[in-house]
Design a protein. Structure first.
Length: 377
């Protein structure tokens, strides 16, 4: 792996560090400072003048194997490719399943997760899907989390007409299994919750918290844009809340902005729901009247909107899709560009276009063009 010296970048690690050099060696950030000149042979030097360096984005809700299928088999979204991630600035991602666990499975998702790691980015996944009891790899939620290094927790859907509608007992069992497996393996034990627009909202989670001593921190409701007040309250109580970027940056940015004002910022994250289908339903929920597909390219426009339209400090906005996410997943070398962190770097031009992406110190995108292509391309 060739060492790379990024000269004169405007560094946010995510804290603002000003214009400096960033030296990547052995896949990690080896040094940060002014006028670095490492005494090593064969160092590639990249002129980063005018470019902003951020940690590669960490996206914790991506349908690696494609989501959808709510409108017949023709509506199954295809698998995402390596360049879908890298050209959007994403260097770490967590794969999830959704409504369709009939034609897709946690094993299939795990295989795709392993493939993305082989191709050069860092990928994890969640076991389970909307279905209840949760489909698993090993037959046990606890064993999936304990023994499979890529699996960080479980996905479930609540307050949605597509949910598997777990009973309180099933939800408690699910969360307890994840916590036990996670304690065994030293993982966070994430219960990632697709929150629908259904009438009970976060009610089932509060029922569980009332009935047990499970820490609120395990529960990570997503798509919280439609539940902004509830999101802020949940985060104030110690939970982490996730918002979904979309085609309209302002629409996503506004509830995030309000939540930043009302709750601890480090408990707020943004993910893309890339590869997931975005069905538009008829009033009575009987028919799908339109279908879109989520993309990781929606993340940067939302961050940009927060910074340029709403004057959120860049370091605060960037943390929503880097350090906050990484910390919530116990990924201490991700979401930051401090010495010793993984060499996951995103260089943006002045218009927030992706200029260069490095994943674990290897160039993925250079000059806005993907240079590392998927294995089968
Ligand atoms: Zn999704």
């Amino acid at each position: 792996m060739q060492p790379i010296l990024l000269k004169s970048v405007n560094l946010f690690d995510p804290e603002p560090k000003g214009v400096c050099d960033l030296f990547l060696c052995g896949g990690i950030v080896a040094a940060v400072g002014k006028n670095l000149s490492p005494a090593l042979p064969d160092v590639e030097v990249v002129d980063g003048s005018g470019l902003t360096a951020l940690p590669g984005l960490v996206d914790q809700h991506v349908h690696f194997t494609g989501g959808g299928g709510e409108c017949g088999f023709r509506s199954r979204v295809p698998e995402l490719s390596l360049t879908d991630f890298t050209t959007a600035g994403v260097t770490t991602a967590v794969g999830v399943l959704g409504t369709d666990s009939a034609t897709r499975s946690p094993k299939n998702l795990l295989a795709r997760t392993k493939a993305l790691n082989e191709e050069g980015i860092t990928a994890y996944c969640l076991t389970g899907a909307y279905d209840v009891p949760s489909p698993t790899v090993t037959g046990s939620l606890k064993d999936d989390v304990a023994f499979i290094s890529e699996i960080l927790g479980v996905k479930v859907a609540l307050s949605d007409h597509r949910s598997g509608h777990p009973s309180l007992e099933q939800l408690i069992h699910m969360a307890s299994q994840v916590r036990l497996g996670a304690l065994t393996a030293g993982k966070p034990g994430v219960v990632h919750i697709h929150m629908g627009a259904g009438k009970r909202g976060l009610g089932p989670v509060y029922d569980l918290l009332e009935a047990t001593d499970l820490p609120i921190w395990h529960f990570r409701p997503t798509h919280m844009g439609r539940w902004q007040k509830e999101a802020a309250a949940f985060a104030r109580q110690g939970g982490m809340v996730d918002f979904t970027a979309g085609e309209e940056p302002e629409k996503c940015a506004l509830p995030v902005l309000r939540t930043l004002e009302e709750a601890p910022p480090e408990r707020i994250t943004i993910s893309s729901d890339a590869g997931g289908s975005m069905p538009r339903w008829s009033e009575d929920r009987r028919a799908v009247v339109g279908m879109g597909v989520g993309s990781m390219r929606t993340l940067l426009p939302v961050l940009r909107c927060l910074v340029t339209e709403h004057h959120v400090p860049l370091e605060t906005a960037v943390c929503l899709a880097t350090r906050n996410v990484a910390d919530g997943l116990y990924l201490s070398r991700k979401g930051r560009l401090t010495v010793g962190a993984d060499g996951d770097v995103l260089l943006l031009d002045r218009d927030w276009n992706v200029h260069t992406v490095l994943a674990r110190g290897v160039p993925m995108v250079a000059g806005g063009v993907p240079v590392k292509l998927p294995y089968l391309s």
